[in-house]
Design a protein around this ligand. Structure first.
Ligand SMILES: [Cu+2]
Length: 107
């Protein structure tokens, strides 16, 4: 009986730790990302903040080369993205072609 209870406690601890998504923030300022690359896990949440005085328009290119336009982002806006699977994602701005960064997603 005690053994069963212990394994339930261990299992529930494992499940809650496993489902805890991380939160990351990438800033855009002076038409640049504040980092070249970021490593996250599947299901983590990434917030792209626009600290610029101009608008941006982020596009996520998935490991399968699919393009997801995250829409126009006015100054002060926050756009969120959560990568659905592992692999390397390219983040670009449709307005500023020099803005590029990579997100590496681990399983
Ligand atoms: Cu931009």
């Amino acid at each position: 009986m005690r053994k069963v209870l212990l394994s339930c406690v261990l299992l529930s601890g494992f499940i809650s730790a496993g489902s805890q998504a991380g939160d990351f923030t990438v800033d855009q300022n002076k038409e640049r990302f504040n980092m070249d690359s970021l490593t996250v896990k599947v299901g983590d949440n990434i917030s792209f903040t626009n600290s610029d005085t101009v608008k941006h328009n982020l596009t996520v290119v998935t490991p399968e080369e699919e393009s997801n336009n995250l829409g126009t982002e006015p100054p002060g806006a926050v756009v969120k993205y959560s990568p659905p699977k592992k692999g390397t994602y390219d983040i670009r701005c449709k307005i500023h072609p020099t803005m590029k960064m990579k997100i590496k997603v681990e399983g």
